[in-house]
Design a protein around this ligand. Sequence first.
Ligand code: GLN
Length: 536
Amino acid sequence: MSPSKKFVFITGGVCSSLGKGISSASIGLLLERQGLKVAMMKLDPYLNVDPGTMSPYQHGEVYVTDDGAETDLDLGHYYRYTHSPLSRISSVTSGQIYDAVIKRERRGDYLGKTVQVIPHITEEIKQRIYSCFDQEKGTQVAVIEVGGTVGDIESLPFLEALRQLKYDMREECITIHVTYVPYLEAAKEIKTKPTQHSVQMLRQIGLFPDFIICRSERPLSDELKEKISLFCNVPREGVLEALDVKETIYEVPLRFKEQSLDQLLVKKLSFPYKKTALKDWENLIKKESKAKKKVRIAFVGKYVSHQDAYKSILESLSHAAIQLGIDCEVHPFEADKVITEGHLDPQIHGFDGYLIPGGFGERGWLGKILTCRYAREKKIPYFGICLGMQVMVTEFARHVLKFEDANSTEIDPSTEHPVISLLEEQRDIRAIGGTMRLGAFSCLLKKGSHAEKAYKATTVSERHRHRFEFNNKFRDQLEEKGLVVTGMLKDGDLVEIVELKDHPWMVGVQFHPEFKSRPLEPHPLFLSFLHAASRR
Ligand code: GLN
C-alpha cells in the first residue's frame, strides 16, 4: 500500500439513525471539493451477504449499483453527494467476509492453521478496504463508514481491522466518531456522558477519534464543546456540532464547512488546503427555500410507513422540485388501504400526480391498479417505477383490452393473460439472493416519446432490480389500443419503457431511475413528471 493513500474512518456512537451516512457523504464531498479523488465504502456488520433479501421494514431501500450489487442505502447518499466510484466493492458485509474466508478454508487455502477472527477475518476486511483504491486510478482517500454503533458485538471485527490499519499506517488514517448529545427536558440540560462513554468504548478497542461530530437538537455551548474535548481527548476544534437541519439534508456539508471541517481534514491528512468552493450547494439551499408553487403527489407503496424504504425516490422528487422551483408535497398512501368497498378511496382523488414505486408481492396490488386506473382515466400524470410500470401494463390490459384476469405471474401464476411474466431463463431459478435482473442496461428510446424528450438522448443507461418482465406476446394488442413501447433494451427484446398515447404524462419504466438522480443533476424523468404535474 503506497503511503500517499489516506483513510478516513467513520464510526457511530450512542445510538443508530444519527445520519452517519449523510455525514460520511458530506465529508466525501468536502474532500472532493479540495480536488481530492475519493472512494466511499460502507462496512455493514450483519451476516446477510447483502441487503437484497431483507424486508424494507428491516433495512430500508436496497440501493443498486451499475455492476448489479444490491447494497446499503447509504451508497445512495454517497452517489448524491459525491462522484465516488460505487460498485460491488463499495458495500461490504460480515456475511461476505465470512463467506469468502470459509470458502477459502474449504478449498484448503489455510491448511494446517486454525482459522480465526484475528488474523483471518480482519485480514479479509483489510483487503476489501485496500480494494477501494483499485476501482479508479488516482484515488487518494478512502472514506470508510462502519455501520452499527460502537459497543455492538458484531461490529468488533471491523473496528479491529481499522485499528490494525491505523497501527500499520498511523499517519495516513483518521477516525471520525459521530455521536448523539441529548437534551434532557426534565433537567433542562444537554448531556455529554453518553458521548464520553461511547468514546471510551472506542478507545478500549484501540481507536482514538480525531474528530467528534455531535448530533444534537440544540446548539452546544463552547463550554460543552470544551468538556467533550477534554473528556474524549480530542482537540477542541475537532469537536463539531451537527444540529438537525431545518430544510434539507443538503445543508449538512455547508454546516460542516462553517466549522472548518474541510480545512481541518486536509491538514490532518497532510494535503495542501485550497479554499473549498460550495457556491452551487449554497444556491441549491437558497432555491429550495424560495420554492412557492405547491405540487401534490400521491405516493402509493407498500412500505410507506418506513422512512427509508423509498429513500432515493423521495430524494429524486426533491432534486427535481428544487430545480423546477416548486414545493413538492409528497402524500404517502399504504397501497392496501386505498380501497373502500371495492372503490378507490376519495382521499386519494385529485392529486397533481401519482407515483407508484417498485415493490414485491401481492399486498396492495389491487390498490395500485385502481390508483393507476384513476390517473389514466382522469388524465393526471402518472409515473410507474418497476412494479409501478407492471401495474400500468396490467391495469391497461384489464380495463382497456378487457382481459379481466390480466396479471403479472408474480401475483397470479395461472392467469390466462400473463402480461407480465418470467423470462425462460428465470423459470428454474430457486435461490432468492442476487438472482434478479440486476444492474445497468442500455435502453433505446423512441423518437418523440416523453422519455426521449426528457432525456434529450436516444440511448440511456439505467439500473434494474426485478425478476418479471413485460410479456412481448401482448405487445401488439396493447400498442394497438394506445399503450406504446417507447424504450427497448439495446441488446435484446425486452421492453423497458411504456407510455400512454392521448394522456398528458403516463410513463412506466422497468428500471429504477431514482438511483441516478443528484441534487445538482436531477433525473430527467423526475423533472419531466413533476413538470407535467405542476401544469395541472
Ligand atoms: N416484483 C417485481 C419484479 O420482480 C418488481 C420489482 C421491483 O419493483 N423492483 O419484477
